[in-house]
Design a protein around this ligand. Structure first.
Ligand code: AHR
Length: 496
């Protein structure tokens, strides 16, 4: 049994945890958008809200989904928004090597309706790879203009009297790769042209530029040093690919995946440091947009470690989501909270059926993965003030070269009280944890996500194998709370 003491520093808030850090990503890829979210209005398989699966939407609302990025991913750089309004165009849908017939029945108006159903802020990824500056300017005008232009009138004729007022616009996606194989300098110059023109159309939009790793980010920032005010967010992506098989991973691979998740914070911080250096004394702010993140198992990719041997044919981008994957979310969100002053948005990839999905469907069946519950356990932190948590005594996670504690936690406060989410990363040992939180007198709510094995999954046949259960929290003296955490588990305690 691991013995751990944690202290929540209620008097030193780090910053506010923006709801945008709890964003999601819906790409026209595999069964994410079509089938997972959208069935259209002419089917009878399951009830829908105007074509969107009711069971999926209801589950997502309760998760929740404060921000939703669409329509790609790599798909964005082939997407022509006019195909998805009015009379629909049946076009080749292209992303990540898949070619599908895309009937474009899920277009701009449907996506906005989905965001309204979910209570999500829309984030549109624009096409730089195969589009034009004018095409993207037109999409912004179509969505946001309140003037009596032909484009705005077309939007009204298509059913939306009020502008959609979309704030977040991506200028391309992964333009160092699928979005055109640009080099950083060429993309930087192209970005500048797009951003200048887009800002003329709507001065209030926030533009997201495509970043990558250190070298690209530095070159991009240097090339656009004089025009940094044309950028509001710098997009980076992080998929964890070193965790071995989705289900039959070794203990070492279990820790490997959690360490990779842990390192996401360093990547965010390092990228933010480059941005800060570039900005120097300027009062302009550029946030880091981690607009794709999560686990990408070898079964769902032909590239990367183990992908050549383990991938399934055909690649559908679907993978099993275990309790280990859920814990990796908890580890990552700790980092998001630490970096909430520089990380301005984040999108888990992807929202249904594809990659690190919290919700899965199969025909009429729908179930949620352990990762769904991991996100739901973080609900009290959304919009709250992040608080530092010190590990004042604890054991090191096996295999951690950085001396990371086996039990870690993140905390936040609102007027209602303090919420603490704990992760016991140890694969086989339970932990007895004392959490020190000054000034709280009672437990308002406490839930535990645990299972017999970190390899456990939910499925259509066994949808409730892993779910949140009530947790007992003992009072252990003034401001001290005792929590027993099983091995490989996560818990949230809300104190009032
Ligand atoms: O999420 C799947 C793909 O991963 C996206 O389309 C792309 O942006 C990334 O490479």
């Amino acid at each position: 049994m691991l013995d751990t003491h944690l202290t929540v520093r209620t008097d030193s808030p780090i910053g506010t945890i923006s709801p945008r850090l709890y964003g999601h990503f819906a790409e026209h890829l595999g069964r994410c958008c079509y089938d997972g979210l959208w069935l259209g209005t002419e089917q009878t398989l399951v009830p829908t809200y105007g074509g969107f699966r009711k069971d999926v939407v209801d589950a997502l609302k309760a998760m929740p989904v404060p921000l939703l990025r669409w329509p790609g991913g790599c798909y964005a750089d082939h997407y022509h928004w006019r195909d998805g309004i009015g009379e629909r165009v049946r076009r080749l849908g292209l992303s990540c090597g898949l070619q599908v017939e895309d009937d474009n029945t899920l277009g701009t108006h449907e996506f906005m309706a989905l965001c309204r159903l979910l209570g999500a802020e829309p984030y549109l990824a624009g096409n730089m790879g195969s589009g034009s500056v004018q095409e993207l300017c037109d999409w912004v005008e179509y969505c946001n203009s309140g003037l009596n232009t032909s484009l705005a009138a077309e939007r009204v004729a298509n059913g939306a009297r009020k502008p959609f007022d979309v704030k977040l616009w991506g200028v391309g996606n992964e333009n160092w790769g699928c979005g055109g194989n640009y080099d950083a300098e060429t993309y930087a110059r192209e970005y500048r042209r797009y951003a200048t023109m887009l800002r003329h159309v709507d001065t209030t939009i926030e533009l997201v530029a495509c970043g990558q790793e250190d070298e690209w980010n530095l070159k991009f920032l240097q090339t656009n040093q004089r025009w940094l005010n044309l950028m509001d967010h710098l997009s980076i992506h992080r998929y964890w690919i070193h965790g071995g098989p989705e289900l039959n991973f070794t203990d070492e691979q279990y820790y490997g995946l959690l360490s990779e998740a842990d390192e996401t914070e360093d990547f965010v911080k390092r990228t933010a440091d480059y941005v800060m250096d570039a900005l120097g004394t300027s009062s302009h702010r550029i946030g880091i947009a981690l607009d794709e993140w999560g686990v990408w198992h070898p079964e769902a990719r032909a590239w990367g470690p183990d992908g050549a041997e383990l991938h399934r044919e055909p690649i559908t981008y679907e993978q099993a989501g275990t309790l280990r994957d859920a814990l990796s979310i908890g580890v990552t969100l700790e980092g998001f909270h630490h970096q909430c002053n520089v990380l301005t948005l984040a999108n888990l990839a992807q929202i249904v059926n594809v990659l690190h999905a919290p919700v899965m469907t199969d025909g009429a069946a729908m179930w949620v993965t352990p990762s769904y519950y991991a996100l739901q356990l973080h609900l009290p932190h959304i919009g709250a003030k992040a608080l530092p948590v010190d590990v004042t005594h604890g054991a090191t996670m096996p295999g951690s070269s950085k001396g990371v504690s086996a039990v870690t936690a993140t905390a936040s406060s609102t007027e209602a009280g303090v919420a603490v989410t704990l992760v016991n990363r140890h694969i086989s040992e339970g932990a007895s944890v004392v959490v020190n939180v000054a000034g709280m007198s009672r437990v308002a709510n406490a839930g535990l996500l645990a299972g017999d094995s970190p390899r456990a999954v939910n499925s259509a046949q066994d949808p409730d194998c892993i779910k949140v259960a009530p947790l007992n929290v003992g009072a252990d003296g003034a401001g001290l709370w005792r929590i027993e955490l099983p091995a490989h588990s996560m818990a949230t305690v809300e104190l009032a």
